[in-house]
Structures are given as C-alpha cells and as structure tokens.
Design a protein around this ligand. Structure first.
Ligand code: SAH
Length: 452
C-alpha cells in the first residue's frame, strides 16, 4: 500500500539516484537472496524469535524483493512496512499478494528518509540488510540509523542488534599466485616485468577476496563494534583502532584481512527468570561458510616490514578505493564509480573477464612500479608482535563513502592500548590484572545477590 512521503533535501543527490537504479537489476537480488548464510541468518533470526514479531508492527528498511518482509509476515507480524526506494518496490506488492500477505505488507516506494508513517506511528522492530564490504563500505547504515531515530518505539528492537568489524594479519599467497606470478609465463612468454605493476595495483585498493582460515597468522581481533539500538550517527563518521597481536602461525605477512559479524539477539527472560528467544549470528569470517561479501584484504606492497612502518590510505571516494603509500608516493585516481552492494555482486559476475581487467589496470600504473617484489614475503615468526592503526572516516559530501587508512606500527616504539591481546610481558600482566579485577567484581556481585 503506497503511503504519502515528504522529501528531505539532503537525500536528493544524483549519486543516490544512480545508487537506487543499480538495485533495479534483479540479478543482484537473486544473488543476495541465494546467498544462503546471509538469507538463512535472517530467516533464523526472525523465526526463532517469533515473540518479537507476532502481532507487532515492524519495518523492513531497504526491502529489495521483499524477502525479509515475507519472513516477518510469516512470523505473525500484524503490519510490515516494506520501505524500498528502487523500482523493485512495485514487485514487493505483487509478491505480497501472491503469498496472501497483501493485508499485512504495506509497501512504501521511497527512501526511508522521506517516509512519514500515518499518525506518526512507531514500529516494534526494524529489520534491515544494510551491510557492505567490511561492514561500512556503502554505508546504508546512515539510513538505518535515520529509521531508528524516527520510527522505532522506545522499547523497540533493531535486527541485526549488534555489528562487529574484525581484523587479522594474513598471508595472501593464493592471491599472489593467481594474480601476480601469473605474469611469469603467459602463452609461453616471460611477462614477469608486469608483476611489479600488478602488485602495485593490488595495493591501491582493498581487495574482496576469499581468505582461507589457514592464511590467518594470528587470533582475529574485534576492532570495532556497534550496538544498532544505540550507536549515534557521529560514531560511524570516524573511528580509529590501534591493535597489536602475537603471531600464532609463522608465514609471510602480506596483508590485513577484514570481515564483519552481525548478531540478532532476541533473548529475553520471563517472570520466573527463564531465558527464551535466540541469538543468531551472521558471520562473514574465514571460519564460516563463504558469503557474497567474502572478506576484504588490504594488500601490503613490498617493504611492509616492521622496521619500516608503512602507511596505506584507501580512499573510497576514488571508487576503486585508491591507496596511497607514503613510501612509494603513488595514488590510484582511476575510476569514479561508487562501490555498492550492487558492485559487490557485479564483481562476482565479472569473475570471468578478470584477466582482461588486470591488463587494463596494469597499463594505467606509473612506471615507478617496476621495483623488487622480494619484500612482499615479509616473513613473521610465531610469537612475534605486529601492530597497526586503522582509521575509517566517512566523506562529508557522500556518507556512503569512506576513507580507510592503515598505518603499520612498530610494537617496540608505539604505545599499546590498555587492553591489548599481544604477548608482550607488560600487556600480559595488564591482561591478567584486568581478568582478576573482573573475577573479583563477579564474586562481589554474587555475594550481593546472596545477601539480598
Ligand atoms: N532486504 C533485501 C534487499 C537488501 S539490499 C534483501 O535482504 O534481499 C538493500 C536494499 O536497500 C536495496 O534494494 C536498496 O535499493 C535499498 N535501499 C538502500 N538505501 C535505502 C533507503 N535509504 N531507503 C529505502 N531503500 C533503500
């Protein structure tokens, strides 16, 4: 059922129009819906937490083909507002009719920022699949925060309820072999001269890549977490995280692997203190079945050693996520497209013609890329400590764009965070003290409980 809407000027940018047009490609929706770990996580989160949906008014922000709205209607929702800005919206209406949910699912063909609910109605749950590469890339999160601040009741629930970004040092031998050493022998010709350019092009943008568990060189660290119910818009504008970890598997330290997890926490307690409802987690980690997000890797170029701190700046505003390396002084300014969920799916479609693309980008790189590749192996040993500072900042002009900066840190010279998982003696002692403090606090809480 179409509802009235009120445009807000800040969302009228042309770039957003293109963004929504990109979602009118039904193949993108097929690829998302057929991503089983993704879609099943939503199905489970809703069906295993029916108490949140049964008889409730809910909102699906960015409903696409309406699959999440159907899950909610099937879980007994009284009313589902399916908000979709792209031309897919009329299809949701048809799908609702075909599944006998025409009276339940109310389609709003507009940006959520323009929506006005009748009588300023509030909803009990907001469900959305807003996540991009390494969580924030694309940043539909702003729209979800807008929906929360304007339509969620005070006691309402956000699904997902929590999102976390993880990072881990990794080796990238498979990427190296497929895309760099490929040039050693091309139709019987030695084209290894191209390798330097090829590696350089890899270090000029984060790569979406499937990293295997065995390529991780340390225990993953959660570098940022957001509670969707409470995160202020400001907190996703800019953040940094400084991390030191101990290497647990010796090998070539060739990049940082990033991924995200989302929790759907519907657990609650009844009057007798019995827990009900479920916690469902959608994980895009190398330990979980692959999703269309894969993982994102920041590929270090040659010279990324501990003794020689190395800075990367991944400028998402250049679309292809240009990376600036201060040691090599090169910046990718090629391409001006914005990477969206559309692109992450398009990327899969492009797999077949990747070699051609490689050749094109290699041609565009400056000639100073013809440098030695030997340091790319940057071997690290078990128990060695490595550190980095990662910063993500949202563009002021376009909130869907982020600039990512990675700075390698010298573990001897740089200050470690208070709670640091690395095996430096000082960090181990602090970790032990914090653990002891936690245990003491739990004991005090238990004693308090007994007394009361
Ligand atoms: N919920 C669907 C589609 C997810 S893709 C599914 O799970 O399969 C995200 C969708 O959100 C796209 O269809 C896009 O057009 C829509 N979208 C993004 N930002 C939006 C906004 N501000 N208002 C309304 N729809 C939006």
């Amino acid at each position: 059922m179409p509802l009235s809407s009120h445009p807000t000027p800040e969302m009228e940018a042309d770039s957003l129009e293109n963004y929504f047009t990109s979602y009118e490609d039904v193949e993108i929706h097929r690829l998302m819906v057929s991503d089983a770990p993704r879609t099943q996580a939503y199905a489970d989160a809703i069906s295993k937490n029916k108490h949140l949906f049964n008889g409730k008014v809910v909102m699906d922000v960015g409903a696409g083909t309406g699959i999440l709205s159907l899950f909610m209607a099937a879980a007994g929702a009284k009313k589902v507002y399916a908000v979709e800005a792209s031309g897919m919206a009329p299809l949701i209406q048809k799908v609702s009719v075909d599944n006998n949910f025409a009276d339940i699912i109310h389609v709003i063909h507009d940006k959520v920022e323009n929506v006005k609910l009748p009588g300023d109605e509030k909803v009990d749950v907001i469900v959305s699949e807003w996540m991009g590469f390494y969580l924030l890339h694309e940043s539909m999160l702003n729209s979800v925060i807008y929906a929360r601040d304007n339509f969620l009741s005070d006691s309402g629930t956000m699904f997902p309820s929590e999102a976390r970004i993880y990072a881990c040092p990794c080796s990238l031998q498979s990427l190296y072999e497929e895309q760099i050493t490929f040039w050693d022998n091309v139709y019987g010709f030695n084209m290894s001269a191209v390798k330097g350019f090829a590696l350089k092009s890899k270090t000029t943008k984060p790569e979406v890549w499937l990293v295997s568990e065995s390529d991780l060189l340390a225990e993953p660290v959660c570098i940022k977490s957001f509670s969707l119910k409470w995160v202020p818009g400001d907190e996703i504008k800019f953040f940094t995280s400084t991390t030191f970890v101990g290497i647990t598997r010796s090998g070539p330290y060739q990049g940082l692997c990033l991924w995200f997890e989302c929790d759907f926490d519907g657990r609650d307690y009844d009057e007798d203190g019995n827990e009900f409802g479920s916690l469902v987690t959608l994980s895009t980690s190398p330990f979980s079945p692959p999703t269309h997000w894969k993982q994102t890797v920041i590929v270090f170029g040659y010279g990324a050693s501990q003794s020689q701190p190395h800075n990367l700046e991944c400028d998402e505003e250049n679309g292809a996520n240009g990376v600036e390396t201060d040691t090599q002084n090169s910046k990718n300014t090629e391409g001006n497209e914005s990477q969206t969920k559309h692109e992450r799916v398009q990327r899969e479609k492009k797999d077949d013609c990747e070699n051609k693309t490689e050749q094109n980008s290699a041609q565009k790189v400056k000639t100073d890329a013809r440098e030695t590749l030997t340091d790319f192996n940057n071997l690290v040993e078990e128990d060695e400590v490595v550190g980095w500072k990662l910063a993500m900042s949202q563009s002021e002009e376009n909130v869907r764009h982020y600039t990512m900066t990675v700075e390698m840190l010298d573990p001897e010279e740089s200050e470690h965070p208070m709670s640091c998982p690395c095996p430096n003696p000082r960090c181990l002692i602090i970790a032990k003290m914090l653990e002891q403090e936690m245990e003491d606090m739990e004991l005090i809480a238990e004693v308090d409980d007994c007394i009361n």
